[in-house]
Write a protein that binds this ligand. Structure first.
Ligand code: FSX
Ligand code: SF4
Ligand code: F3S
Length: 348
């Protein structure tokens, strides 16, 4: 794991990347990739490159609430760094309970220091506990800490389905009263206008790196949907670019995971695939730097980025009859965690 602490000699993200061995040529290529991922015109790659070279590295405070740390693992790709992980490591990551070397009083002091000056990026991983005292860090209630930290943030990223919508910790019977950041801030009467949800269990690192870079470049949030997810990454369903889509359209469905149809790459809808109702970018950008996603590996999408994940029913049950639109649905607010998945119109 690369050292994630601030490098005082590197003033910009580009400086930090160059220090880590990324060449200028590669940097420009990668900015083009980020612009494409953000669905921006190709010419915007130069704007992004300029911002990465000129803007000071943003200070990032990363709170780990009720989660499994899979979001951190996915973002940092500890065993094989990607460009996205290098971007994240090139920020000034001032506090991260899992990754920082400091512990105990030194960690608490880093948090205090980080919170002192407003304007940082607050990344939240994991669901927010409901009743006070359910989870604490350094003696402080996690929910109180989140609200205090949110007050001074210029940008709040709820990373992962747990932080965005409650996710696994909010699954029935939800013993900790877990909920997403938006629901918690709204319940406390705090604004959510600086919040972006990046759901997925875990989310794609490209969505995290791209959203951060967008903010660094333009100093405003990317276009969001009603669930505060960036449209660039969550504006379409994984179904719309699935390698099995032609079979879906031809109504060729595998009936078991080891039948001849499954071996020929037929559609997994009848085996419970939730791709048609799941907003995410897995089939567009791919996992692990390659064109990899669950349906390519022979398993249906389990809807890991949707509100209501995990309580939306068994993963291997065919979904209810078709209704709903091309886009996956998603809302933040009290109803989101109970929302189930919808099916597409025929032929989408
Ligand atoms: Fe949740 Fe993050 Fe799933 Fe895990 O901590 S989104 S359980 S991958 O890692 O919060
Ligand atoms: Fe792919 Fe699932 Fe859509 Fe079939 S239903 S095309 S397997 S995403
Ligand atoms: Fe999750 Fe479905 Fe992508 S299960 S990883 S949203 S294909």
């Amino acid at each position: 794991m690369t050292d994630l602490r601030a490098h005082p000699d590197c003033s910009s993200v580009a400086d930090a990347l160059l220090t880590r061995g990324v060449t200028r040529r590669t940097l420009l290529k990668l900015c083009a990739g980020l612009a494409a991922g953000l669905a921006l015109p190709a010419a915007e790659a130069a704007t992004i490159a300029r911002a990465l070279a000129q803007e000071p590295r943003p200070r990032v405070l990363w709170l780990a609430l009720q989660g499994c740390t899979g979001c951190t693992e996915s973002a940092t790709r500890a065993h094989e760094p990607t460009f996205e992980s290098l971007i994240l490591e090139s920020l000034s990551l001032d506090y991260h309970t899992t990754l920082m070397a400091a512990a105990g009083d030194a960690a608490q002091s880093a948090l205090r220091e980080g919170l002192r000056e407003r304007g940082y990026v607050l990344v939240v991983e994991g669901a927010v506990p409901g009743p006070a005292g359910v989870c604490t860090s350094g003696g402080e209630d996690d929910t109180a800490l989140l609200r205090r930290a949110a007050a001074g943030a210029s940008l709040i990223l709820a990373v992962g389905s747990c932080a965005a919508f409650g996710g696994l910790p909010a699954a029935t019977p939800n013993p900790t009263g877990a909920r997403g950041v938006a629901d918690d801030l709204a319940a406390a009467g705090l604004p959510v206008d600086r919040l972006v949800n990046l759901p997925g269990c875990p989310p794609l690192p490209q969505a995290l790196a791209g959203t951060l870079v967008h903010w660094l470049t333009y100093r405003h949030l990317p276009a969001l949907d009603g669930a505060r997810r960036p449209l660039a990454y969550y504006g379409t369903t994984v179904h719309q670019r699935c390698s099995r889509l032609a079979h879906f359209r031809a109504r060729r469905f595998a009936r078991s995971f080891d039948d001849a149809g499954a071996r020929r790459g037929w559609c997994l809808l009848k085996l419970g695939c939730r791709g048609p109702s799941t907003a995410n970018t897995c089939t567009r950008l791919g996992w692990n730097g390659v064109d990899a996603y669950p349906m390519r590996a022979g398993h249906g999408c389990i809807g890991c980025s949707q509100p209501g994940f995990w309580d939306g029913g068994g993963f291997y049950e065919p979904r209810p009859p078709a209704r709903g639109g091309r886009r996956a649905q998603g809302l933040h607010g009290a109803g989101a965690q109970r929302r189930t998945h919808r099916q597409p119109r025929r032929g989408t």
